[in-house]
Design a protein around this ligand. Structure first.
Ligand SMILES: *[C@@H]1O[C@H](CO)[C@@H](O)[C@H](O)[C@H]1NC(C)=O
Length: 198
């Protein structure tokens, strides 16, 4: 009797702990759906630009989101808006103006190593974003975004840059807040999942 009760308690406890360690379930869109990372600036190297803040305000008025799906649209439009004002976005709306990126990084950052790390991340994320465009989840998002006149490419780049900077931030420059730690843990799980799936 007593040992049965003990077993039951143990089972409940395990379920609790397991449930907590995977706050969001993982699927092939775990990266796409980690919208939070775009405005979680967890690494000092990749800080919020004035253009990004302005665009957040502008789009907050245009999309007063209530659901996760609406918040995702808000974030993607904010990303494109901000890439428009920094001239990062190419005319075709699916390429980066890398000279502009380089100039911005040169004026924002002091150390050559930091500039190189972030620049290489943009180069990598441009390719990554293009490879994501044909994905089903991205196509669905793209259709929803057209209603607001936005394209998914800039948000995909920005999300990738944010993710990369959370995962590869130099240790001393990482903001050790609970939110940033949690995001990093989730991203690691997501990347592992995507790696083993492919
Ligand atoms: C960004 O610029 C393009 C080209 O001018 C425009 O079509 C698009 O609507 C702009 N996006 C946002 C979010 O303002």
């Amino acid at each position: 009797m007593c040992s049965q009760l003990f077993a039951l308690l143990l089972l409940l406890l395990t379920a609790c702990v397991a449930g907590r360690s995977t706050p969001q379930e993982l699927d092939e869109d775990c990266e796409l759906n980690a919208v939070d990372t775009m405005h979680d600036f967890c690494c000092d190297l990749h800080d919020e630009s004035p253009q990004f803040s302005d665009c957040q305000m502008e789009w907050h008025e245009k999309i007063q989101y209530q659901t996760d799906e609406e918040e995702q649209m808000y974030m993607f439009c904010t990303a494109e808006c901000s890439f428009n004002s920094t001239d990062f976005l190419g005319k075709d709306r699916r390429s980066l103006n890398l000279n502009e990126v380089k100039e911005h990084l040169d004026s924002d950052l002091v150390s050559d190593a930091d500039i190189e790390l972030l620049y290489d991340t943009y180069v990598k994320c441009d390719k990554h974003a293009l490879s994501m465009l044909p994905h089903k989840g991205v196509k669905q998002l793209a259709r929803r975004l057209t209603r607001h006149g936005c394209h998914p490419y800039p948000g995909l780049v920005l999300e990738c840059v944010a993710n990369e900077m959370i995962l590869h931030c130099p240790t001393k420059r990482f903001r050790q807040t609970a939110q940033c730690e949690e995001t990093r843990t989730h991203l690691k799980q997501c990347m592992q999942y995507l790696k083993y799936k492919s």
